[in-house]
Design a protein around this ligand. Structure first.
Ligand SMILES: Cc1cc2nc3c(=O)[nH]c(=O)nc-3n(C[C@H](O)[C@H](O)[C@H](O)COP(=O)(O)O)c2cc1C
Length: 216
């Protein structure tokens, strides 16, 4: 196959791709099994196949290896989570919220923070003069690509957003032009499932997509 000869995807592959999408989960419970460097590298390489505005490839990955930073990160998210629990409207909701596990930062074999470069040289500004956020959208595309590539290898990903981006950015000492998009926990899931954990825990069920479409 050459770069100009598109592959023909068979029906079996289409069915498997659909299965992959249905088994992709946000994961907070991880087995201690490590992810190999080769697998992690492959995931980041695959993430970089995502589309990006002007082909700017604004995604930047920070592999968090320091146990000290990891512990600070987990403490910070726990504190932010306690505040978020108190913001729930009533006692029942607060108790329900507190019963949820919303990050695996202490146990996940790998933690990767994903940033978006707000001033990348690549792309020469194409496509973003009127929509600067398209750089961040591009980085989110890379995260989703990584999420699927990970599930394909049996690896789970958990997106952590209950945090103060400025605090986490300071912890990670990243370049000034980088904006934090996500903190990701990666590892082999303890409870693979086709059902989102928040649905299993009766917090929020999936709703029909038909309710989310309007016509003009
Ligand atoms: C932008 C974003 C932020 C998220 N932040 C968190 C988080 O802080 N903690 C958490 O447990 N899940 C987080 N999630 C995961 C969602 O809860 C999850 O995607 C949703 O419940 C549907 O479950 P599924 O991904 O397994 O289909 C986040 C997901 C996205 C896309």
């Amino acid at each position: 196959m050459t770069a100009d000869t598109p592959p023909v995807f068979e029906a079996d592959f289409a069915a498997q791709f659909d299965t992959l999408l249905r088994w992709r989960r946000d994961v907070r419970h991880f087995l201690p099994t490590p992810i190999t460097d080769a697998d992690l590298r492959a995931l980041l390489e695959t993430a970089a196949l995502a589309p990006s505005v002007g082909n700017a490839q604004p995604w930047r990955f920070v592999r968090v290896r320091s146990p000290r930073i990891r512990a600070h990160l987990a403490d910070h998210v726990d504190a932010a989570n306690a505040v978020a629990a108190n913001a729930q409207p009533d006692l029942d909701r607060r108790a329900h919220y507190r019963s949820l596990k919303l990050h695996g930062l202490r146990e996940a074999p790998e933690v990767v923070a994903v940033f978006s470069d707000e001033a990348p040289l690549a792309g020469y500004g194409l496509g973003r003069t009127t929509m600067h956020d398209t750089l961040r959208y591009s980085t989110v595309m890379a995260i989703h690509t990584l999420w699927l590539a990970a599930r394909l290898r049996g690896i789970g990903v958990g997106w952590v957003s209950i945090l103060d981006p400025a605090t986490v950015t300071a912890m990670l000492e990243t370049p000034e032009d980088w904006t934090l998009i996500a903190v990701l926990c990666l590892g082999y899931p303890e409870h693979p499932s086709t059902i989102p954990e928040l649905e299993r825990r009766d917090w929020q069920h999936r709703e029909p997509v038909a309710d989310r479409i309007i016509e003009r």
